[in-house]
Design a protein around this ligand. Structure first.
Ligand code: PPE
Length: 307
């Protein structure tokens, strides 16, 4: 990845090369930490905005609360720090990674007195699942690893250690030649992908697992549900099985990094005609027009950065 100039660390902007931590940083050993992924986009009018910034930071604070990680800042302070990090690095479009982690002090699990530390890094990040995949769709496969039971991992929190499950799934299917791992919940229903939420379309109806499922409550998922409803597309939030995906007309994934990525194959079965379908293309086009085009609506989703 390309270095940028500054990283926000514990309230100060420091040089990229100086944003280091001690080896006894608690989160490195035990995984109690929370993070976010946020994108800044340059629109056709030349202005840069951060997409759904406050909602991402709210989720970061929610994750910390779930993880019993005290936050030494306010939501406003972290929102402002994200804007500042994008501004000083002069990044017209980028990915922003806030991370709240437990610093060094005590070892052992309890470590209640260790300080919570926060970093914010921004860098250029293109299409997460590739330009080709964004245009023509990716090949997905269900991993043999199951998404955690809702009382094993805290599925509404974006916690550092919980990503081991996603990494194992992703590495497993990529080693087998696929682009992305899909995951079932402990009951066998479709949960999400390793780092994205999942949608399917059958007979023009859009479906995605409901909030109670073993999945992250994605903000891109929420944006797509809102946009779909506004476009008059019928939407159902419900649980479904892997074979319902096999016979879907269209499947796509949503996430900050992956944006709206079509899926052309699931478990070696071609989805629909093997190309992105009309509903996927319509939602993908609407999404990119809202974030990076000239769509005037959804202004409440934008926090502008003045350079
Ligand atoms: N599920 C998971 C497990 C997940 O990690 C993400 C985001 C989502 C759903 C979608 O959430 P949202 O970004 O709010 O729409 N995954 C982040 C991590 C990517 C990475 O590899 O790092 C992301 O997209 O930023």
């Amino acid at each position: 990845m390309d270095k940028t100039d500054k990283i926000w660390l514990d309230g100060k902007l420091v040089d990229w090369d100086d944003a280091n931590v001690h080896i006894l940083t608690h989160t490195l050993h035990y995984g109690l930490g929370a993070f976010e992924g946020i994108r800044a986009y340059r629109r056709t009018d030349g202005r840069t905005h951060i997409f759904r910034l406050r909602e991402h930071i709210r989720r970061l604070f929610d994750s910390c609360k779930i993880a019993t990680l005290p936050m030494p800042y306010t939501i406003d302070q972290i929102v402002d720090a994200c804007v500042e990090t994008v501004r000083v690095n002069k990044l017209p479009s980028c990915y922003i990674r806030p991370l709240a982690f437990l610093g060094d002090g005590m070892m052992g699990l309890y470590a209640l007195s260790n300080p919570t530390r926060v970093s914010i890094t921004a860098w250029n990040w293109g299409s997460y699942l590739g330009e080709e995949g964004m245009k023509n769709g990716i090949r997905a496969k269900f991993s043999s690893f199951t998404r955690s039971h809702v009382n094993t991992n805290m599925v509404k929190a974006k916690l550092v250690g919980q990503y081991v499950n996603s990494i194992l799934a992703k590495r497993e299917v990529m080693a087998a030649g696929y682009d992305e791992a899909l995951m079932l919940d402990p009951q066998g229903f479709v949960a999400e992908a390793s780092g994205e939420n999942i949608f399917m379309v059958r007979d023009g109806v859009l479906m995605t697992p409901n909030i109670g499922s073993s999945m992250l409550n994605g903000l891109t998922r929420d944006a797509i549900l809102t946009i779909a409803a506004d476009l008059g597309i019928e939407v159902f939030e419900t649980r479904f099985t892997r074979d319902e995906l096999y016979i879907a007309d269209e499947v796509f994934l949503t996430g900050t990094a992956a944006e709206v990525t079509p899926v052309r194959e699931v478990d070696d079965r071609t989805i629909g005609d093997g190309v992105p379908g009309p509903v996927t293309k319509r939602l993908q086009a609407a999404f990119f027009d809202i974030v990076a085009g000239s769509h005037p609506g959804y202004e409440e989703w934008r926090t502008y950065v003045e350079f």
